[in-house]
Design a protein around this ligand. Sequence first.
Ligand code: KG4
Ligand code: ZN
Length: 343
Amino acid sequence: MKVLGVESSCDETGVALVEADASGVPRLLAHALHSQIDMHQAYGGVVPELASRDHIRRVLPLARQVLSEASCGLQEIDVVAFTRGPGLAGALLVGAGVACALGAALGKPVLGVHHLEGHLLSPFLASDPPEFPFIALLVSGGHTQLMRVDDVGQYELLGETIDDAAGEAFDKSAKMMGLGYPGGPALARLAEFGDATTFELPRPLLHSGNLDFSFAGLKTAVRTQLLKLGSNVCEQDKAHLAASTQQAIVDVLVKKSLAALKATGLKRLVVAGGVGANARLREKLNAECAKRQCRVHYPELALCTDNGAMIALAAAMRLQRGIATAGVDYAFDVRPRWDLAAA
Ligand code: KG4
Ligand code: ZN
């Protein structure tokens, strides 16, 4: 079974082709991605209308590229999958519309996929895929969640952010420091030149006793610190602040992930979503999990942020298990807000 996946929920257009047997981990045949970062940079964040228009321009050329790289003819596609939500409504509609039009034209079924399920399953495309059950730390631009994952489609939410997501904390702090968009990678790069112990920043909900997160207070603390430093803050102090901010976010993510492993007795952690690319987070998680004889799995670096491969993969894994059926009515809808546990 060959599944073509289309991702267009935010600022990346992704298309990919995976091949799946009746069981076993699906294989990635080809994937192509266009990031809109350069386009949105001038505005300091994603402009939804521009995102939708750019998805329209990119999606078909990317699909052609993927099929050509995989030497796959249009008629060899068995299922067309797309991101149904959550995300920007207009952006989602582009991927859904194209996927359903393609399915209708080819007479092939289509399947809408949950974006976060894509992230969560993306480590299965890595060279050392995880086994169920595991704890998933989902850290994207809009979500920070800890889940117990027993199998595909069996997700129990253990805790989540009550305000900003970890990615948002990176992005908003970076913006205040004048580092541009997307802030996560920019802040992480600057943090390499700073000392994380310079500024004492809050670790919100660190001792809350539950698995929820809160990052809004951290953002305020960064703003206060910047005001204290004044308008001509030197590059070195900025680097110290970047390092201190990153460390505060990482400390909370690591502590809560370890608490989730302990509470469930599970020995396997899967980290997914854009913030999962953060080197300091990986370093600290690896060290702490090794001490506890726990394994940590990450997606390939290139598949940490949004991509079509994770969407094709999630669709294929659902179809393999018979927990989803691809349909031929092509009456698509999208879900800009969508709870994964209810998907
Ligand atoms: O999963 P993703 O690509 O998109 C969403 O579904 O939201 O995640 C994007 C988020 C952004 O907040 C971005 O700043 C953050 O991931 N990010 C990082 C790094 N790379 C991406 N945050 C910290 N360190 C990084 N290296
Ligand atoms: Zn994402």
